[in-house]
Design a protein around this ligand. Structure first.
Ligand code: SAM
Length: 241
């Protein structure tokens, strides 16, 4: 059965995450700051009147970077090391029939910036430029469920230690002076503590040089002694969308 209603972006999410690799796998794991910018047709302060009374929001969004790859009935969740299959509807896979994701984020405030209504948020797990298809207040009495069972994802993932080289520390201090990336050091620490490597690559010693793109920077790091070692920060090629 098909709908007559058309889904369109009501907003776009602006985040420090410029590529999929390194984005936390669920919201609330990393306190990155970002904002939701209402799209032109919905850019009225009246559309969010009353939302400031809530501490958290549901964002419904489109996994727009994965749409072209379609979906399969079963997926291999990273939690299971990428070895076992589960039904697509039993997972939070980003490859879904309608490509819809949902995340709870913290709402810090509502501002008007350069004529655009913006919701200041944190804790999102979204790529910069992600189209938001709906925004709803989080309602604790109904949305938070005591004693809920979380299947293969009952516990938050374990964290790993993160260390900086002297060079990376100096560079991080320099780039943190900029107005748009004041939280750079805690952000790098929190992102790498999640160990963004694929599930099938979790060796404590790993010769590969990895890179995550945060703000306008490429952060180079590798795994040594079970710790993420930040080596260098380099101005990145990926810019904000
Ligand atoms: N909390 C949401 C949910 O459960 O529907 C998303 C969970 S999904 C596992 C989170 C991952 O989606 C991130 O780690 C990132 O790799 C990916 N992602 C985020 N934004 C995306 C986008 N716009 N297009 C494709 N993938 C995206």
């Amino acid at each position: 059965m098909s709908f007559t209603s058309q889904i369109q972006a009501v907003a776009y999410c602006r985040t420090p995450y410029k590529q999929k690799f390194g984005i936390p796998r669920q919201p609330g794991l990393v306190e990155a700051r970002g904002y939701v910018e209402l799209a032109r047709e919905f850019n009225h302060i009246d559309a969010v009147r009353g939302l400031e009374q809530y501490s958290h929001l549901w964002l419904l969004f489109c996994f727009h970077e994965n749409l072209a790859q379609g979906w399969k009935t079963t997926v291999r969740p990273p939690r299971l090391g990428g070895n076992e299959k589960m039904g697509v509807f039993a997972t939070r896979s980003t490859f879904r029939p309608n490509g819809i994701g949902q995340s709870v984020v913290k709402l810090h405030g509502i501002v008007k910036h350069k004529g655009k209504v913006c919701l200041e948020i944190s804790g999102m797990d979204l790529l910069d430029g992600t189209p938001i298809v709906d925004i709803k207040p989080y309602i604790p009495f109904s949305d938070a469920i005591d004693g809920a069972v979380g299947g293969i994802a009952q516990e938050a993932p374990e964290l790993i230690e993160v260390e900086f080289s002297q060079q990376a520390l100096t560079q991080t201090a320099k780039y943190s002076m900029r107005e748009h990336s004041p939280d750079l050091e805690p952000l790098i620490r929190a992102v790498l503590a999640q160990d963004p490597r694929p599930a099938y690559k979790k060796a404590k010693e790993d010769p590969k040089l990895y890179q995550v793109a945060l703000y306008d920077l490429d952060i180079f790091w590798k795994m040594q002694d079970g710790k993420a070692q930040v080596l260098e920060l380099v101005p990145g090629k990926i810019q904000s969308q």
